[in-house]
Write a protein that binds this ligand. Structure first.
Ligand code: XIL
Length: 353
């Protein structure tokens, strides 16, 4: 009796504690909230899994679904990582976004070394997209079918092996094949700087119009959205509005927000800020909030495929190693604790409800 008496106050205290766990980013949005992640992180790393479970309901594999990762020689495919991630995604109610079928940087070396003629490259593409797309039919919600086909400033076609060998028709062909492989999947053209480089944006929109006029099954536009603190907000809002006017699904597919600069080439970082201050953290929170609000303002609800960050922590961001740049682009810090950016993003997403 005495014992129970002693326990009573703590029992009452416990009962009064809120039982709900704090809600994550995904609960605050009316559209999918995604993150890029590496295959081993989502399959084996419990700290990463816990954050994904709380905050996200969509994932994109950062590298493991690129062509070089799955199609390692003309006669070989390696599916192990993708299979594991597909299973994990299904068991954990995560949407899986496919990144990417055709990308100059994702093209395996054996294709460049073979230097195929147009008929041969067409055959390689056909076999690859049909095999890959059908294998994950119904399990991958959408695909970046063609990634980064256009150049900055001029908006002309990038001279990749695909363009040089097959001409601009390689783009339509890739969409046709992806649609044949999985008629239900949302099929995206995905690119960077289209939110700020208006010449590139308009070239992309002309390309999309042309594809639609030819009945090519394109159903989405992906803005990678690797932006900077000084990226002009009006220009971004204009780009989102124009893209939404196509009626296609709009994905912000690779979001991060840096303080410094780079020239878009590997190692091309330009270090301006060496230290992160409290003011910078607050300004970044406002920029993340604005980005979510800009998406909601300019993209009608039925066209919101979602917003995806390209990694959620500064610890794992691709920016420092790729650009040789010290920066803090993400929602969580080096210790995997939420930054002000996380709370700003949460607030912005909340406006979609
Ligand atoms: C990046 C990855 O994040 C890095 O780990 C890798 O070393 C290079 O590729 N645009 C894209 C992504 O479409 O696939 C790129 O991902 C970042 C730029």
């Amino acid at each position: 009796m005495k014992k129970l008496f002693l326990f009573l106050p703590s029992l009452i205290l416990l009962a009064c504690q809120p039982t709900q766990t704090p809600s994550g980013l995904k609960e605050n949005a009316s559209f999918p909230v995604g993150t890029a992640i590496r295959a081993h992180q989502i399959i084996n790393d419990s700290a990463m899994q816990a954050i994904v479970a709380k905050d996200f309901n969509s994932i994109t594999l950062e590298n493991s679904m690129k062509m070089y990762a799955v199609h390692q020689s003309e006669s070989d495919y390696t599916w192990d990582h993708v299979d594991d991630v597909v299973d994990y995604a299904q068991q954990n109610q995560l949407r899986l976004h496919g990144h990417a079928f055709i990308w100059h940087s994702g093209t395996p070396r054996w294709i460049n070394e073979m230097a195929p003629d147009s008929a041969k490259l067409d055959q390689i593409m056909e076999e690859y997209i049909l095999t890959y797309g059908s294998r994950y039919k119904g399990k991958v919600a959408g695909w970046d079918v063609v990634n980064e086909a256009l150049l900055d400033s001029t908006g002309t076609y990038r001279e990749s092996i695909w363009y040089e060998t097959m001409g601009e028709g390689y783009i339509a062909r890739a969409f046709e094949l992806a649609h044949q492989a999985d008629p239900e999947a949302v099929l995206f053209y995905n690119d960077f700087n289209i939110e700020r480089d208006t010449v590139k944006l308009h070239a992309m929109l002309r390309m999309v119009d042309k594809l639609k006029a030819q009945d090519v099954p394109i159903s989405g536009i992906g803005f990678q959205m690797h932006i900077r603190m000084d990226t002009d907000e009006e220009t971004v809002e204009y780009a989102l509005k124009k893209a939404a006017e196509t009626g296609l699904q709009i994905h912000l597919s690779e979001i991060d927000i840096i303080f410094n600069k780079h020239d878009d080439t590997p190692g091309g970082g330009i270090q301006i800020y060496d230290e992160l201050t409290e003011e910078m953290l607050q300004a970044q929170a406002e920029k993340y909030q604005w980005l979510a609000e800009a998406y909601i303002r300019n993209v009608p609800a039925e066209q919101r495929y979602g917003m995806t960050v390209w990694g959620f922590s500064d610890k794992h961001s691709w920016i420092p190693s790729f650009f040789n740049l010290n920066d803090w682009p993400c929602l969580f810090d080096e210790n995997m604790d939420p930054k002000p950016a996380y709370h700003g993003y949460m607030k912005g997403l909340g406006n979609s409800k």
